[in-house]
Design a protein around this ligand. Structure first.
Ligand code: AHM
Length: 338
């Protein structure tokens, strides 16, 4: 007899979670629902990106004479619009906006959460059909309710984060979502347009085999980082070892692979960019929160990412993140070489 396998949707999952917390207001679940909806819209547009040659180049007009938006702009506007119209978010900090976006209306001013996001990470990879992602983190505001949120609500250290997640637009589209209760992955079923629980209770393997870094920058890395990469090379498949080097140049994709299979990703500081490239608040922090909750580690080479007190919205930070054993060996190398 044909049996339909029961899959749990993202909505069902969050409702079930709510049952464990009778005091919960449902605001966080509502916020997640809005993010999920926005990401489904972004996904539809990302999937059409290969058609721009036919429909019109990004930033130009398509055959109907309509302006074709750049995908990162589209992602940013879609998320901000949906969050603004939901009643669960008081404001947003985005890679695409110089300043915070404050939703200054009565409902929003009485919302307790703010959101930080990179609407489309790895956007340099859009043209070449490589996986890209949306990254977000959620904090409880610290300014008084009933008033517009302020910058101090966004400049909180990562260890105060309530939840974080990313959506990867890849061979399938997946939302990975973490709260202090754990990390769960939901794959989008395009036939019904629902994110369905596919990776419950994700755990980062403690011993990894993938190492991901931009080797083009090798000469500009510190001696400690160079030394660690050389150690990885000696353990590489070419030398009969278990390690293998993989770097896509889309952080969400690189970290997603390492989270599932075990590995380390790094974007260290370089001689010309001592703070690296990645942004603390909406790139390093959410991924650190997720990987740490899954049993891995994340540092800037000196201290845990989540302990850093941010100083500005678009601050950059070196990032080392991944499986525990690899991170510990990296820390040894960094210490040995000052
Ligand atoms: P973006 O915000 O311009 O998309 O840049 C972030 C991306 C990360 O996803 C990726 O890991 C990194 O930049 C790659 O940078 P590089 O090409 O310097 O190695």
């Amino acid at each position: 007899m044909y049996q339909v396998r029961k899959v749990m949707t993202l909505d069902e999952f969050t409702i079930q979670e709510l049952r464990n917390f009778p005091q919960a207001t449902g605001e966080l679940s509502g916020l997640l629902r809005s993010i999920g909806l926005a990401c489904k819209r972004i996904n539809a547009e990302v999937n059409r990106a290969g058609l721009v040659d036919i429909l019109g180049a990004l930033g130009t007009e398509n055959v109907q004479g309509e302006e074709v938006q750049k995908l990162d702009d589209f992602a940013n506007k879609t998320l901000i619009d949906l969050l603004n119209h939901s009643i669960y978010c008081a404001g947003v900090g985005s890679e695409e906006n110089d300043d915070i976006v404050v939703f200054d209306d009565e409902l929003s001013n009485n919302s307790k959460y703010v959101l930080l996001m990179d609407p489309l990470d790895g956007s340099g990879n859009i043209d070449v059909n490589v996986s890209i992602g949306t990254i977000f983190s959620i904090f409880k505001r610290i300014s008084p309710m009933g008033q517009p949120v302020t910058m101090e609500d966004f400049l909180q250290p990562g260890n105060r984060m309530v939840a974080a997640g990313y959506v990867i637009y890849g061979s399938s589209t997946m939302l990975v979502y973490a709260t202090r209760r754990g990390v769960n992955g939901f794959t989008l079923d395009p036939s019904v347009g629902e994110f369905c629980l596919s990776h419950p209770n994700m755990q980062c393997p403690p011993h990894g085999r993938f190492y991901s870094a931009n080797y083009g920058n090798f000469g500009k890395y510190s001696p400690g980082v160079q030394n660690y990469l050389k150690r990885c090379e000696t353990k590489s498949a070419e030398n009969g070892g278990p390690y293998t080097e993989r770097y896509i140049g889309s952080m969400v994709a690189d970290i997603h692979r390492n989270l599932i299979k075990g590995g380390i990703f790094m974007y260290p500081g370089t001689t010309d960019r001592p703070n690296g490239k990645l942004r603390l608040l909406y790139e390093c922090n959410p991924l650190a929160f997720i990987v740490q909750l899954a049993g891995g580690m994340a540092t800037n080479g000196v201290q845990p990412i989540l302990d850093i007190q941010p100083s500005s919205l678009h601050q950059r930070m070196p990032l080392f993140i991944g499986s525990r054993d690899m991170m510990e060996e990296l820390a040894e190398c960094l210490q040995e070489h000052g």
